[in-house]
Design a binder for this molecule. Sequence first.
Ligand SMILES: *[C@@H]1O[C@H](CO)[C@@H](O)[C@H](O)[C@H]1NC(C)=O
Ligand SMILES: *[C@@H]1O[C@H](CO)[C@@H](O)[C@H](O)[C@H]1NC(C)=O
Ligand SMILES: *[C@@H]1O[C@H](CO)[C@@H](O)[C@H](O)[C@H]1NC(C)=O
Ligand SMILES: *[C@@H]1O[C@H](CO)[C@@H](O)[C@H](O)[C@H]1NC(C)=O
Ligand SMILES: *[C@@H]1O[C@H](CO)[C@@H](O)[C@H](O)[C@H]1NC(C)=O
Ligand SMILES: *[C@@H]1O[C@H](CO)[C@@H](O)[C@H](O)[C@H]1NC(C)=O
Length: 756
Amino acid sequence: MKLFRGFLTLFIIFCTLQWPSLAINSKKSYIVYLGGHVNGLEASEIRESHFEFLASILGSKERADEAIIYSYDKHFNGFSATLDEDAAAKLAEHPDVVLVFPNKGRRLHTTHSWDFLKLESNGIIDSSSLWKKARFGENIIIANLDTGVWPESKSFSDHGYGPIPSKWKGGCENETSVPCNKKLIGAKYFNKGYLATYGSMGMNSMNNARDHEGHGSHTLSTAGGNFVSGVSINEVGNGTAKGGSPRARVAAYKVCWPPTLLGGECTDADILKGFEAAIEDGVDVISVSLGGAPANYFDDAIAIASFHAVKKGISVVFSAGNDGPLPETVTNVAPWVLTVGASTIDREFQAFVELRSGLRLKGLSLSKPLPNNRLYPLISAANAKAENASAMNAMLCKEGSLDQKKVHGKILVCLRGDNGRVEKGKQALLAGAAGMILCNDKASGNEIIADPHLLPATHITYADGLRVYAYLNSTKEPLGFITHPSPVVNIKPAPSMAGFSSRGPNMITPEILKPDITAPGVNIIAAYTQDSKSDFPYNIESGTSMACPHVSGVVGLLKNVHPDWSPAAIKSAIMTTANSRDNEGHPMMDETKSTANPFSRGAGDICPNRAMNPGLVYDLSANDYLDFLCAIGYNQTMVQKVSGHRYECPRSNNSILDFNYPSITVHKLSGTVTVTRKLKNVGKPGIYGVRVRSPVGISVDVEPKVLRFQKKGEVQKFQLTVKAHGIKVIKDYVFGELAWSDGKHLVKSPIVVSVA
Ligand SMILES: *[C@@H]1O[C@H](CO)[C@@H](O)[C@H](O)[C@H]1NC(C)=O
Ligand SMILES: *[C@@H]1O[C@H](CO)[C@@H](O)[C@H](O)[C@H]1NC(C)=O
Ligand SMILES: *[C@@H]1O[C@H](CO)[C@@H](O)[C@H](O)[C@H]1NC(C)=O
Ligand SMILES: *[C@@H]1O[C@H](CO)[C@@H](O)[C@H](O)[C@H]1NC(C)=O
Ligand SMILES: *[C@@H]1O[C@H](CO)[C@@H](O)[C@H](O)[C@H]1NC(C)=O
Ligand SMILES: *[C@@H]1O[C@H](CO)[C@@H](O)[C@H](O)[C@H]1NC(C)=O
């Protein structure tokens, strides 16, 4: 599994290429999934049965004891174990075994954002805000499966909190190292799967949930961190940090450890154990900002684990991945989870480059300002190369490539690429530069990032970089300045889709649109580790990892306002009320400057206040998800085992087209198909009329055109007849929209059609 944060992208690509070819040793760790639990057995009996079962395969109890990593004895039935290939194959053929999957490694995928999402306005919280109505998420419990937590962060202080909710069954492991309190009520760690796969990697502090990375503290505080005032980075952007459910209780489940070149930092065996612990502990929301390559449901241990969580009424929220803008990259696509893409907000930390020629170029930065208000000499790093270095390495400001005598006291111009952005600044500082201008290379184009560099610095686009290099060429004594970084809000247009956010179509089930929803994931400030690697208690990060906990926080609020809603109802409310326009009223854009389609934005950008009162929802039960698995071709035997109870696949009329998803996708349309949906009234009685924007070349007819709801809870059916016109559809996919409205609510669904 990988954490879905932006700046790891290069590393991720590197490692993904390495992964398939490397064998670690002849024995590997596997997850043996036996399905849902049959009621009536004690956990100890189940554990015992796992050992006995494995002993029968391996030939002795001792071998089984040695092999088993975890026994999953609570909410899903199975175990993980270190096995040779023969034993794994034998298990896979056993009639009691649903599936055996290799213990895959995954990777991790960063607060003005709440103002932008209209939960507050310039720090003022209106009485109609979901925050007020939901008592800021009070007593909701949010779990985060990630790199752990920095427990001393103010975001997790329990000042002003009452007793821990009585339903809480969790707690903290190794409290001497990671002390919990009435806000941070859980901190557990799961490392056996990682150790079995990668070994200890020479680490000595693997027995607690402390976050040495920063990612886990960042995501957890974005979902449920306190209001913390006076947060700034390098004294830029002094503001109040807070999570989506700022009064929620939070629990960290550390399942990710330092990255390895062998594949990942989080393993399925540990993630599954984390899921099991979170379900057992009594959490309301599980937030997971990590993932691997998309995989079939019965090949994806965390899809199965999240099904068991959702079945218990827990909402599960995942990041979509950072492999955009390439299509077919979205991961974590199970229909029972919320899959979240990343968008921008309307704030930038701007620091301009000023050249003596009169040019003024916008850059982004969270760095310290230059000490003196005067022009500084500029030098291209290529001209500052050390004698033994190559011009290319110098241009990129790589370690050991710069000549201190040439750099000293000047603003160094470095080119993006190869080594990290902050690393370039470090080399510039070591060489004695007064400041740094970081210019994008062609590949990174317009994507610029406000980093907290170690020296005064700013980051400019490729086009502006060329202007700086041209100026350097044009004069013997180039001079320039970097202005004091400062936050600018109301940037337009916003939101727009982040380039890195993974895109559909969904490679596993093309009939389900993914991602589902978009939330802020670019330049997000939240809590961080205070380990030696960080100078700041709060840090700025980008990635779908940062978008995911925004949605988790909002789910926490909705659970307080609507405790009786299913995870599917909450998801529907979030999706059908989403915003697909930007703050100029235009359709939301992609960073490529084209209109963002549902494959990048899903239903659109989350709109918390509207999600509180959607009018109607597309509801789904755990049984509907089982029907879905039958509809996509899994057989009775398999699906029955997952269910853990008596279950039979529907004998007829079980078309995936009728799966009551809040978005509508018709894959490989030929001729005419009908799509059925059911809407449940969660508001006042009302009369809803329909409006359809048909995809180009497709006709969509809805019957009935009016739905009358006389009471809350009432369900009404409607059908869409989708037909391809005779004319040739030029594109692979075409997009439209379905909307029901009673004049007060607008219940919108994206329509996606591909033609056979
Ligand atoms: C708790 O964490 C500390 C610091 O990593 C470690 O030295 C200690 O062994 C851990 N305690 C237990 C009981 O695992
Ligand atoms: C940040 O703002 C708060 C209140 O507006 C103020 O008390 C504090 O001194 C400021 N901190 C910095 C570093 O400017
Ligand atoms: C060049 O020489 C310096 C000083 O001897 C050394 O620190 C640096 O690593 C060398 N650089 C390269 C690229 O070999
Ligand atoms: C600047 O001059 C160098 C060396 O003559 C040349 O390679 C480069 O293309 C020039 N850059 C620009 C932007 O004019
Ligand atoms: C159900 O599917 C599994 C896995 O594809 C297969 O091994 C099994 O034989 C199938 N069972 C039936 C009854 O078709
Ligand atoms: C199945 O669909 C057909 C055609 O739409 C309909 O006539 C029939 O009543 C449906 N059967 C069930 C059990 O819903």
